[in-house]
Design a protein around this ligand. Structure first.
Ligand code: PMP
Length: 275
């Protein structure tokens, strides 16, 4: 399909420089944006977060939120994407290998789309997660290309037949390796505050709005692994997972509860507002 690379739309393979700092240092940022029925979902929020991530690592972007949306819309149209995802990454640029920022280089932007169905089975039946020590760096609020901590955690989950590795730092549940984590206890929804220890998920924001509309109290307060095991309901969320119930944490089985189902329904109405 058509790919956007550094200002151009290219129909076959692109040539990537060995001196791209994305390869050498993971020196860049990314986003994954949802497409439902050929339409972008919460794209403004994703590109605002991209601009924030860039600014936090001192990458100066020439493009605006609207520029990124225009590129995505062209890719969706040309590639005839219905239900899919768009991957967007920006690296600091191409320069002879040196940790210090290069004096003059332009950021390198890559954007492509691919087909991806909604995760209906996981949403319906629930998924297994494991808990794992959070060994990542202390700026998890930046959507950095440096994903080694996340990759190692995810692989460990995979080996354990789990879909997610819930990260635990200093006795506190932070988030998943590629998702946010919520518990429901006595009718209240809890999730870790959006600080430097987690990525402030766009799906998390949509869930917050759904909870408000459903009059489910939404409390941004950290909780322990014990509270996770003791919860009435547990949810993980992300752009690709939407609102996915957790039915097993390590060796403990969990039930899917009524508030999870209500949040899933409210989320679906955000995706398909007319229906
Ligand atoms: N936390 C981490 C570490 C993630 O990688 C992701 C998914 N990219 C999320 C949370 C969920 O974010 P979003 O809802 O914006 O996809």
């Amino acid at each position: 399909g058509l790919i956007y690379y550094n200002g151009e739309y290219i129909n076959d393979n692109i040539a990537i420089s060995p001196d791209d700092r994305g390869y050498q240092f993971g020196d860049g940022i990314y986003e994954v944006v949802r497409v439902y029925e050929g339409r972008l979902f919460t794209a403004e929020a994703h590109f605002e977060r991209l601009l924030r991530s860039a600014s936090e690592i001192q990458i100066e972007l020439a493009s605006t939120v609207d520029d990124y949306i225009a590129i995505c819309e062209r890719l969706i149209a040309e590639n005839r994407v219905q239900d899919g995802l768009i991957y967007v990454q920006v690296t600091r640029g191409i320069a002879k290998r040196n940790h210090i920022f290069p004096e003059s280089t332009e950021p390198v932007t890559l954007i492509y789309s691919y087909d991806s169905a909604r995760p209906v089975q996981g949403m319906e039946e629930g998924v297994k997660v494991i808990t794992l020590e959070d060994i990542r760096w202390l700026r998890c609020d930046i959507k950095s290309l440096n994903l080694l901590g996340n990759v190692l955690a995810k692989q460990q989950a995979h080996i354990a037949d789990a879909v997610e590795a819930v990260q635990v730092r200093d006795g506190i549940v932070t988030e998943g390796a590629s998702s946010n984590v919520f518990i429901i206890k006595d009718g209240t929804l809890y999730t870790h505050p959006a600080n430097h220890l987690i990525l402030n998920g766009i799906t998390r924001k949509v869930i917050k709005r759904c909870a408000e509309e459903l009059n489910i109290p939404f409390v941004e307060q950290a909780f322990t692994p014990d509270a996770l095991y003791d919860a009435d309901e547990v949810i993980i969320s992300s752009t690709s997972l939407e609102v996915t119930p957790v039915t097993q944490i390590d060796d403990q089985v969990m039930a899917i509860g009524p508030l999870t189902r209500k949040l899933q329904q409210a989320f679906k109405e955000k995706i398909y507002p007319a229906s």
